[in-house]
Design a protein around this ligand. Structure first.
Ligand code: ZN
Length: 432
């Protein structure tokens, strides 16, 4: 299908830019962008009436399996620290996941995401009692909606070496089967340094090296992770991940709350990505990641919260403003924009740029501003004026997935009704 989008204002967050242009899209690719272009006979002309276009957002670290946890009751004895949050909530939930709940959590999470304007999800999945094939269930959920995904399975020693090996196999299978898939790529997933022995981390590093796909792992989310590395391996956590081949180009390190400046610089120099998850860090009270220490190779994730990247950027901005580590005003929008660069590395195509030869992943925003807008203040409008409720249309790979705030081709009400039943079953299973 060919689309000719006219009368739109195109926003770029890093560097901040805004300009008016027409866009021609052929077979999923932006083939022209410029002022006063003329539509061709074969084009379907869409008048965007002065609304704004942004590149589709990327959620650079999330857990779709948590989509069915909204409203779930808290454990009887409230967790007292981060490790107890894992033990009493998330490890109970992931152990209860089965084929049906994995698929529905991905489907529901994808529906939420796209309505917020998020078009690519970098997911980190765990389901210890349904490992083999689990990534295909997530892929199916995302495909039903039409989103892109960079997926991995959370390798861990938590369930013993047999399950660890199944986790490694699942990663390798997905990476190889999707090496040329325009919508999906794989990476090697791992839980965290403190649940992985040297042998496990080394095996993950070897796979990442073999397939040039990086490792996606939680790093220094809580102090317990950095302490474990010092106490049990007598080395700092980044040194350990480096020694075992996990610190490498394309690796995705989530959180980094307890890393110091030299460690963060080492991550950046290796070509790995740091992903900041402000809402999750606040919710788990794990501490504050000092954003002015983060380099330019850092992105933004929601760590299981809904993929509303407007919200994530705002929370990150406010929390940073409150901290003693004030980063520059442009930092959060830059991190959000970096998610598209991260995804582009995996797909080998320029995602997240509204430019000639880029895949057409874009968001149309209905924003009525009461104040002037220009390149100098567009980030202020983004952080303080715009929000996800203004997302009107969303396109992925040249197809409209959301039109006038409605999903195309999916009976959302029916999906949500079924998802409620699946969630109730899942919660019951967790208690038993
Ligand atoms: Zn996480």
């Amino acid at each position: 299908m060919n689309f000719f989008l006219r009368n739109a204002r195109i926003i770029n967050l890093d560097p901040p830019k805004i300009d008016e242009a027409d866009i021609r899209i052929i077979d999923g690719i932006i083939t022209e962008r410029g002022k006063n272009l003329r539509p061709k006979k074969v084009d379907e002309v869409v008048n965007l009436s002065g609304n704004y276009i942004l590149p589709g957002f990327v959620n650079s670290h999330t857990h779709l399996y948590s989509a069915l946890s909204r409203g779930m009751s808290s454990p009887k004895n409230a967790p007292r620290n981060f490790i107890e949050i894992l033990q009493k909530v998330w490890w109970k939930l992931d152990e209860a996941l089965d084929e049906e709940s994995i698929y529905f959590s991905a489907l529901v999470g994808a529906i939420e995401a796209v309505k917020f304007g998020t078009t690519t999800l970098v997911d980190h999945h765990a389901s210890p009692n349904h490992i083999r094939g689990s990534l295909d269930l997530i892929k199916n959920g995302l495909s039903k909606v039409g989103l892109r995904g960079v997926l991995c399975y959370e390798t861990t020693d938590r369930g013993g070496m047999k399950k660890r090996d199944l986790g490694l196999e699942e990663n390798e299978r997905f990476v190889t089967e999707n090496a040329n898939n325009p919508f999906f790529r794989g990476t090697i997933g791992g839980h965290a340094s403190f649940t992985l022995c040297n042998d496990s981390l080394r095996k993950m590093g070897e796979l990442a090296s073999m397939y040039d796909c990086g490792v996606h792992v939680h790093v220094a989310e809580d102090k317990a992770d950095t302490l474990d590395s010092m106490e049990n391996y007598n080395t700092d956590i980044i040194g350990r991940l480096d020694d075992l081949g996990v610190l490498r180009k394309k690796s995705i390190f989530a959180h980094g709350v307890h890393l110091h400046q030299k460690q963060l610089a080492k991550v950046e120099n290796a070509g790995a990505w740091m992903v900041h998850n402000p809402r999750s860090n606040m919710n788990n009270a794990v501490g504050y990641a000092p954003l002015n220490w983060y380099g330019t190779h850092s992105a933004l994730g929601t760590d299981g919260f809904p993929a509303d990247m407007f919200d994530e950027a705002k929370f990150g901005y406010f929390r940073n403003a409150e901290s003693g580590h004030r980063a520059e005003f442009s930092r959060l929008p830059m991190m959000l924009n970096n998610g598209q660069k991260l995804a582009s590395e995996f797909f080998g195509r320029p995602l997240g740029t509204i430019a000639k030869n880029s895949p057409a992943d874009l968001v149309v925003l209905e924003y009525h501003s009461s104040t002037p807008i220009n390149y100098q203040n567009i980030l202020g409008h983004f952080l303080f004026g715009m929000n996800s409720a203004m997302v009107q249309h969303v396109m992925v790979n040249g197809n409209w997935i959301v039109w006038n705030r409605q999903l195309i081709g999916i009976d959302e009400e029916a999906v949500m009704e079924k998802a409620k039943k699946v969630a109730a079953k899942l919660w019951k299973k967790m208690k038993s």
